[in-house]
Design a protein around this ligand. Structure first.
Ligand code: SF4
Length: 230
């Protein structure tokens, strides 16, 4: 049974909901198993949204919405429910996710919901070869500034084959110097991506970067269920 509601209180306090949306527009990243929670049945999306959003109290002022894809993959009926709930509960800040392909449409998210909105973009790594050839992200850009122009909040992935310590160090450096918020996911393979796992890099990262746990705006998901949903 998936847990679809959680409260984060330790740092960056917020409520988190995991909704169900349409399949990711891309859906071909080699490490991703999100498709399993996607659906094309709008009645199911609405039912889940009503149930889960009903648990949101607004008590922490901030709400993060996940839907195993991009916020743009939630249909208008869900956007409307979400906006209603935000207004009812007095939520003052929204956090959500978008894939690179939606980069021209990020502004409309905050405009619609009417509150400051932070959109996380999954960069995974700034090494173009690893990002596009190994992870198959189809995310082409020239330099970190191209991403930083769009958002102050990115996700990185650590612990997959091909990553070296130097590459991970550079990724963390770019995150810390160019972005305000970061979410670093330690790679937890699913059945289809087991061959991608590099335990050595993961173990090294755990030691070398344990201090990131105390960073006020960087979150490390040592396990992929650390946010309490999923
Ligand atoms: S863009 Fe995100 S949701 Fe889509 S396949 Fe890649 S990781 Fe999964």
């Amino acid at each position: 049974m998936m847990e679809r509601y959680a409260r984060i209180t330790r740092k960056l306090p917020r409520e988190i909901v995991l909704l169900r949306g349409r399949p990711c527009i891309w859906g071909r990243c080699t490490f991703c198993d999100y498709v399993e929670d996607n659906t094309t049945d709008e009645a199911v999306m609405v039912q889940v949204a009503d149930e889960v959003l009903g648990r949101v109290t607004g008590g922490l002022g901030c709400l993060e919405v996940l839907n195993s894809g991009s916020i743009q993959e939630l249909p208008p009926a869900i956007w409307k429910r979400l906006r209603n709930r935000i207004r009812q509960t007095g939520i003052r800040e929204l956090i959500c996710e978008s894939y690179w392909a939606y980069r021209e449409r990020l502004d409309e998210v905050g405009r619609y919901f009417g509150i400051p909105t932070r959109i996380k973009i999954g960069v995974e790594t700034f090494d173009a070869h690893l990002r596009n050839d190994v992870l198959n992200k189809a995310m082409l850009f020239d330099e970190p500034a191209d991403v930083a122009r769009l958002t102050d909040s990115i996700c990185l992935l650590v612990g997959f084959r091909g990553q070296t310590r130097e590459i991970v160090r550079r990724d963390i450096e770019i995150l810390l110097s160019r972005f305000r918020y970061g979410c670093i996911n330690l790679f937890t393979p699913n059945t289809r991506s087991a061959a991608l796992l590099d335990e050595d890099i993961k173990a090294w990262f755990r030691q070398e970067y344990a201090w990131l746990d105390d960073h006020p705006t960087i979150e490390v998901l040592w396990q992929n269920t650390d946010f309490g949903v999923g």
